[in-house]
Design a protein around this ligand. Structure first.
Ligand SMILES: Cc1cc2nc3c(=O)[nH]c(=O)nc-3n(C[C@H](O)[C@H](O)[C@H](O)COP(=O)(O)O)c2cc1C
Length: 344
């Protein structure tokens, strides 16, 4: 008989223990070195009568297979494969018997989770003027959709504080004031923004870089969505400081402002324990990015975006650790030439 190794495993050494992680079956085992050696020097041909305890344990645990597991076509490296496979086909556990029961269980699960997002940074606080949402009514929706475009040539033109305020509030702000709907005493959402968010957790915070906004000092800020305020967290950065951090993409020259979308992963950990929730943070980022781009376009601005930046350097600039809180994306706005490619 022939027994095949499960190719979708990796090994970890943790405090002198050997862990084998089977990301195909979503199982992890602590194994003895003799099991590790068996896998390391595995020879596929076995007489059934010679299978010993180690072989049968490995077979039972799915680390050996009677049929070879099919190798998928995957052209990225093993890291992405582990993440992709390890976060898909999560096993379904017993579902509760009725809709009522389902809702009750879910409500119970949420009971201990924070209902408010209370994050703020220390620093001088700048009150923003009220957002002028009437500005977002000037162009019809289709015009906005058709006008959104990635612009790579900006003009050195200041943005008004009202425009900045409206853009931030309509993208990241508490635009609904109180969005909680009470149904049988069960609040459906603690916060509602103009973008959806997996589990209603809104793990992304807006870290704003001001280059050219009337009445606002250049520098780094954190946007507080509850107060509609900016907290100053860092001094002026210049375009020349930023360009190398974006792999020399000079397109950002002359943007009036930009926003780093920073994932606060720790906000997700209590509710979603599985690393599949990393996908949710990435998708939240995409939603927020598009809302920002459409809002900015509606306000008559040009936009640029980039996910290609030096994470560590940006994290240092923003005063975050890059692990529990990490920048995932950058969106920017200003007046520009509406050109996809600069003519040089
Ligand atoms: C996640 C993401 C990352 C991007 N990163 C960059 C970037 O680093 N530099 C850049 O110039 N454009 C970047 N873009 C913009 C795309 O190149 C652009 O959206 C695409 O070429 C289509 O053009 P359009 O936006 O004008 O429709 C990015 C877009 C997305 C969605």
């Amino acid at each position: 008989m022939r027994l095949y190794q499960n190719p979708f495993v990796f090994f970890l050494i943790e405090e002198s223990d050997i862990l084998v992680w089977d990301y195909y079956h979503h199982q992890q085992f602590k194994i003895d070195v003799s099991y590790f050696e068996r896998l390391l020097f595995w020879s596929p041909f076995k007489d059934k009568s010679t299978l010993d305890r180690i072989d049968t344990d490995l077979l039972e645990g799915g680390l050996l297979q009677e049929e070879p597991l099919k190798m998928p076509n995957w052209q990225w490296d093993v890291l992405s494969k582990i993440f992709h496979m390890g976060t898909q086909n999560i096993p379904v556990y017993d579902s509760p018997p009725s809709k009522k029961e389902w809702i009750r269980e879910y409500a119970e699960e949420c009971e201990d989770l924070p209902r408010e997002i209370t994050f703020s940074r220390k620093g001088p606080v700048v009150e923003l003027p009220s957002a002028d949402t009437a500005l977002l009514k000037e162009k019809d929706y289709l015009t906005v959709l058709l006008s959104r475009k990635t612009n790579r040539v900006f003009r050195d033109t200041p943005m008004s504080l009202e425009t900045l305020s409206t853009l931030l509030r309509a993208t990241f702000g508490n635009i609904h004031e109180d969005a909680r709907e009470s149904s049988g005493g069960f609040y459906t959402a603690g916060v509602r923004k103009t973008s959806p968010s997996g589990g209603g957790l809104h793990p992304l915070e807006a870290y704003v870089v001001i280059f050219n906004v009337q009445g606002l000092e250049k520098g780094l800020y954190h946007y507080s969505f509850q107060g509609h305020t900016l907290t100053r967290i860092g001094d002026e950065v210049t375009y020349q400081d930023m360009i190398p951090l974006f792999y020399n993409q000079f397109y950002l020259e002359n943007i009036a402002m930009g926003v780093f979308l920073v994932a606060h992963f720790d906000r997700c950990w209590d509710k979603y324990r599985h690393s599949r929730a990393y996908r949710i943070a990435l998708m939240d980022t995409g939603h927020l990015s598009q809302t920002f781009l459409l809002n900015a376009t509606s306000l008559g601005l040009n936009t640029w975006l980039s996910a290609a930046f030096q994470d560590k350097e940006i994290a240092r600039l923003l005063g975050i650790d890059g692990m529990t809180q990490a920048p995932l994306h950058f969106v920017a706005a200003g007046e520009g030439e509406n050109l996809s490619i600069p003519s040089v």
